[in-house]
Structure formats: structure tokens, C-alpha cells
Design a protein around this ligand. Structure first.
Ligand code: NAD
Ligand code: IPM
Ligand code: MN
Length: 322
């Protein structure tokens, strides 16, 4: 039996994930869906945002659908989503951004770099160690190359090798892997790349980059498609996989039935493709396109529909075709 862990998390996670879960349940009533409660809300209630037992439970699932968690910028609070990505060794974060005349896939290294967790705050100085390993770089480069081969076959390496030695290392290993694999590649400084992606998105296919650059580049690129409400992601490792919108818990709009559930729905579509149901994944993507083209849209992209109303429209379309 296929088992899907459902983590709503915090904020709008409680609104967009039920919409995505409902779509999955319609397409796959035979799957088992089980909730796992982690996040800041849980910390406020119990003093523990995520227990070791929760991680073990997530590991029993065939795939995880994740909303977003609030990470307060406090000295002693560790981000739960980062803990889960590391615990499940979800090293490849795939963030597709598709629109008219462009189809980008940001492949973000997801376990090291500036997110190594090796840091300290002293009275007069704070440090965070940016760790880039050969193993970590080879595996993300290979994942990006595999991805490029299934697409237009073009790889762009985003880095800041003009300043950071750790990025000279990253860039050179990516180039080595691209040469070995025989894929077309180029490389660009991440700052220039961030602008060029907005000006010439059609020039890119797969972009591989380090952890924090991939984080920033994906929010920047979401501008091309109408913002964060639309961009999904897959976090993939050798054994586990977790699917989540690129956006966060959006406390500014939480509880107002106004969050756009498309990023969560698209994350569910990526989950289905990962599980081998390409047809269900395509049906869900098609339903999103149909509903958006019919003019039913949430406020962030110029409409007036609520999260639930958008979800109802998706379910109606999926139900008709089913
Ligand atoms: P955010 O992505 O939550 O929101 C940024 C802006 O985009 C906000 O104005 C928000 O209203 C809007 N937005 C985001 N998703 C939307 C949607 N689906 N529909 C309509 N509008 C949407 O980023 P933030 O405000 O910087 O962070 C809020 C919290 O979320 C922080 O605690 C942050 O650490 C956390 N966060 C968590 C994750 C995750 O768990 N994967 C990802 C990013 C941020
Ligand atoms: C994301 C988020 C996370 C990240 C934060 C909340 C830890 O911004 O998934 O894009 O930086 O990876
Ligand atoms: Mn981010």
C-alpha cells in the first residue's frame, strides 16, 4: 500500500495542503494518507517542534507532502524543514518554473553549503561555515545532468567563483561532471544570472547551484510566473522524497482563505510523477491550467477566488475527467 505523509506545518500550510490532499485523494483513493504534525505551532503548544519519532514516521512514508513551517529568527530555534531535509538526506531540491516561452528547472543543493549548520554567535563575531564537499557536489551535479538529459540537455552552473573559493570548487566539479556526461554546459555568476533569468528566461534549461543561491534564485524566478503562490518543489534523496511549495507559511495572509493553492497542487503533481503515476500528474497539471484559464484565480494573481473555492474548482474539473 502506498503511504503518503501529510505535513500541513504552519500558517497557510493549513489551507493549501488540504486542497492538495483532496486532489490526491480523488486521484488515488487507494493510498493511505496519514498526518504528521510538526512546526512552530506544535512548539508553541508542546515546546517541541519536531520529535525524533516524527522523523521516523516520515521515513515510513513512500512520499511526504509538506506545507510550510514558520521559522522564527531566534538564536536557539532550528528550522524544522532543514532538519527534515538533512535527516532524510534529501540532497536535490528541484524547483521548476514554467511559463510562456520558458521552462526552467532550478536544481538546488539541499544539504550543505551555507546551510551546514556549523555556526556560532559570539559577543563580537558570528560565523557560519560554508561547506562544499566533493561528494555533495558530485551528487547534485549528477542529479542536474540526469534532469537536463530528460529535458533540453542544457546545464547552467550558477556560482560566485570570482569571490568564494568554495564556489571555485563547486563550479569545477560541476564542469568535470558535465564534460564526462557530454551535456552542453555554461556557467554564470549568480548575481548576473539572477537578472539574466528575468530578462532572458528562454535561454535556460537546468540551473544547478549551491544551497542558498538556489533558495534566492527560486524566489526571484517565481516573478516570471506570477509569484510564490505558483512554484512547487521536490526534495529528493536516494531513499526518501518530500514535496512542498517554494513559498513559506505566509503569516501575513494566513487564516484568510486567500492563499494560492497552486504551488501545493503542483507539488502534489510532482509527488505523483515521482511515484510513477505520470498520467495522474498530468491530469492534475491540466486541471490547474483549466481552472486558471477559466478565470478562477486567487488574489495574488489578480483574481478574487478564495483558497477553498479554487480547490473546489480543481475537484470539479478532476471529477469530470475521471
Ligand atoms: P513566504 O513565502 O511565506 O511569503 C512571502 C510573501 O509571499 C508574503 O507576502 C506572502 O503572503 C506571499 N505568499 C507566499 N505564498 C503565497 C501563496 N501561496 N499565495 C499567495 N501569496 C503567497 O515568505 P516569508 O514571509 O519570508 O516567510 C514566512 C515564514 O515562512 C518564515 O518563518 C519563513 O522562515 C518560513 N518559510 C518556510 C518555508 C518552508 O517551510 N518550506 C519556506 C519559506 C519560508
Ligand atoms: C525554502 C525556505 C527554507 C530554505 C527556509 C524556511 C529554511 O526558504 O524552502 O525555500 O531556506 O530552504
Ligand atoms: Mn526560500
Amino acid at each position: 500500500m502506498t503511504r503518503i505523509a501529510i505535513v500541513e506545518g504552519d500558517g497557510i500550510g493549513h489551507e493549501v495542503i488540504p486542497v492538495a490532499q483532496q486532489a490526491l485523494e480523488l486521484l488515488h483513493p487507494e493510498y493511505e494518507y496519514f498526518p504528521v504534525e510538526v512546526g512552530y505551532g506544535r512548539w508553541e503548544q508542546t515546546g517541541c517542534p519536531c520529535a525524533d519519532g516524527d522523523i521516523s514516521e516520515l521515513k515510513t512514508a513512500d512520499a511526504v507532502l509538506f506545507g510550510a513551517v514558520t521559522t522564527p529568527p531566534m538564536k536557539d530555534y532550528q528550522s524544522i524543514v532543514l532538519r527534515i531535509r538533512k535527516a532524510l538526506d534529501l540532497f536535490a531540491n528541484l524547483r521548476p518554473v514554467r511559463g510562456d516561452g520558458f521552462d526552467l528547472m532550478i536544481v538546488r543543493e539541499n544539504t550543505e553549503g551555507l546551510y551546514s549548520g556549523i555556526e556560532e554567535i559570539g559577543p563580537d563575531r558570528a560565523t557560519t561555515l560554508r561547506v562544499v564537499t566533493r561528494k555533495g557536489t558530485e551528487r547534485i551535479a549528477r542529479a542536474a545532468i540526469r534532469c537536463a538529459r530528460q529535458r533540453q540537455g542544457k546545464l547552467t552552473i550558477g556560482h560566485k567563483a570570482n569571490v568564494l573559493k568554495s564556489d571555485v570548487f563547486f563550479r569545477d566539479i560541476c564542469i568535470e561532471e558535465a564534460k564526462k556526461a557530454g551535456v552542453t554546459y555554461n556557467d554564470k555568476f549568480i548575481d548576473a544570472l539572477s537578472l539574466d533569468i528575468l530578462q532572458h528566461p528562454g535561454a535556460y534549461d537546468v540551473i544547478v547551484t549551491t544551497n542558498i543561491f538556489g533558495d534566492i534564485l527560486s524566489d526571484v524566478s517565481s516573478y516570471l510566473v506570477g509569484g510564490l503562490g505558483l512554484v512547487p518543489s521536490a526534495n529528493i534523496g536516494d531513499r526518501y522524497a518530500l514535496f512542498e511549495p517554494v513559498h513559506g507559511s505566509a503569516p501575513d495572509i494566513a487564516g484568510k482563505n486567500s492563499a494560492n493553492p497552486v504551488a501545493a497542487l503542483r507539488s502534489a503533481a510532482m509527488l505523483l510523477a515521482y511515484l510513477g503515476d505520470n498520467e495522474g500528474s498530468a491530469r492534475l497539471e491540466a486541471a490547474i491550467t483549466t481552472v486558471l484559464s477559466s478565470g478562477i484565480r486567487t488574489r495574488d494573481i489578480g483574481g478574487s477566488a478564495g483558497t477553498r473555492e479554487f480547490g473546489d474548482a480543481i475537484i470539479r474539473v478532476l471529477g469530470k475527467k475521471g
